[in-house]
Design a protein around this ligand. Sequence first.
Ligand SMILES: [Zn+2]
Length: 415
Amino acid sequence: MAHPPPPAAHDRGRFAPAPADSAVWDSHPEPLPLDSAPVPEYGTGSLADLLPTLAAGLGVPGMTAGIGELTPADRNCVFLIDGLGWEQLRAHPEDAPFMTSLLGSSRGGTGRPITAGYPATTATSLASVGTGLPPGAHGLPGYTVRDPDTGELMNQLRWQPWTAPGAWQPYPTVFELAHRAGVHAAQVSSPTFANTPLTKVALSGGSFHGRLSGEDRMDLSAAQLAGADRALVYTYYAEVDGAGHRFGVDSDTWRGQLAHVDRLVQRLAEQLPPRSALYVTADHGMIDVPFDETHRIDFDEDWELKAGVALLGGEGRARHVYAVPGAANDVLTCWREVLGEQFWVASRDEAIDSGWFGPAVDERVYRRIGDVVAAARDDVLLIASEREPRESAMVGNHGSMTPAEQLVPLLEVRS
Ligand SMILES: [Zn+2]
């Protein structure tokens, strides 16, 4: 996009007066109305509603069946495929014949989309799945967010810098509540995640079983189900997301990963013990973003967007912007003007009141959310080429509220 050149150093910044020829400024399109944002379906059809629905069916106290159409089963397994959105699955039936058979047309499948939650990113979604709470309550509202106690950015996926997990996310997980209620709770994932803070706050309770291969995870998940009368088992596969980030969602590598994970789903489905239900879902979808200046706006090169910003959090399609003291309103105005119709740009309170993070936001979470929150509408990215060189080079991206990244499958197999 065509921005005016930076002003001279003495009046540098977005508080500088508009250039004498204001045609460039006037050319900014109208900002997107916030009520056009497709807010996640918290309470009735989001990732945070899945485990409470299953746990309610198992008789775990305090759990509510938010997803009304699911029939209770004694043995429940959730298989979370990182990065496999509903739209990407629908677009590749030839690579995923088994999951496609669960979509709801020819073979009586009941597959449907649910919403990931905002932002559509792994740390946020895993916490929503495991705690059964929306981001405004569990308190992992982004890829990176500001820790109000230190004033520094914290990466919630890598948990850097280290922060006391129990203070950051104090709620018990659904696995813990199920375990206390006498339900066999287990997670079957990569050994890498056995002791991470993210696992602790999002996915702990019962027993953790690390297995390197997808096949081993499927087999062990089936065994975990078979070993108990009432069970809640979670398993996970990461590589679809990795292939999408590196090569894009239509790449050969991505389609190969889709075909592989389709065989894993079938392998697990064919081993389900009696009275079981397998639910296949994902933490978010993905969207490819072209490599040009129209689609990749570079924060580090944009004097307008940088002015008054103390910290840039989130990720390219879901930004938390933390302003220097007193500058929040000016940053909001400027970001709206510059990003126009490409992003939904909201103040913290507007985003909260619009329900982006759930029906309510806990007090301890409030200041983790940016003074300004920007969510991509089109296939655009707000990169930061200097401070985030690795993320800025990714082909496939996710985070925002568009159907491509927000809708995830909820496929069901019953025995
Ligand atoms: Zn990802």
